[in-house]
Ligand binder design. Structure first.
Ligand SMILES: [Zn+2]
Ligand SMILES: [Zn+2]
Length: 137
């Protein structure tokens, strides 16, 4: 389903800002800050204002189409994906790499078995130095 169909199916209007924000997130397949998203939206259409972009992001969050990650003051967005992914974040260039790991689902089981706590969402993040940064030094 395209984003237009998803929005229409839930009775939301399809606007140029919504379509473009989605297109930018979908193309990047990585974590973008609001400023990155705004800039990329402007590469397609200068006339879209920042508040339309922010509103589109909060609507997508509400509809659980995007995943928001907070890093201190800064949030980044990406298309929603399965929990079973570990985020590897480079401290030098701020790139986020997705690492598919069955560990996350094992962790979910262990938490459930050992503590009786039912995890609804798991967000594992590892900070470090990516390959291109470590080979640059
Ligand atoms: Zn790096
Ligand atoms: Zn992610």
């Amino acid at each position: 389903m395209s984003i237009d169909e998803v929005l229409r199916a839930q009775d939301f209007r399809v606007t140029r800002a919504r379509t473009l924000v989605w297109q930018v997130l979908d193309e990047a397949q990585s974590h973008l800050s609001a400023a990155d998203i705004l800039q990329r939206v402007h590469d397609h259409d200068e006339s879209i204002n920042s508040s339309s972009v922010y509103r589109a992001l909060s609507l997508f969050s509400e509809l659980e189409l995007v995943r928001e990650t907070r890093q201190g003051e800064l949030s980044t967005w990406e298309p929603a994906h399965d929990d079973a992914v570990i985020h590897l974040r480079c401290e030098l260039c701020d790139t986020t790499i997705h690492f598919d790991a069955p560990t996350v689902n094992n962790l979910r089981k262990q938490v459930g078995n050992i503590t009786n706590f039912t995890p609804t969402s798991i967000d594992v993040r590892i900070s470090g130095v990516c390959q291109s940064c470590s080979s640059a030094t």
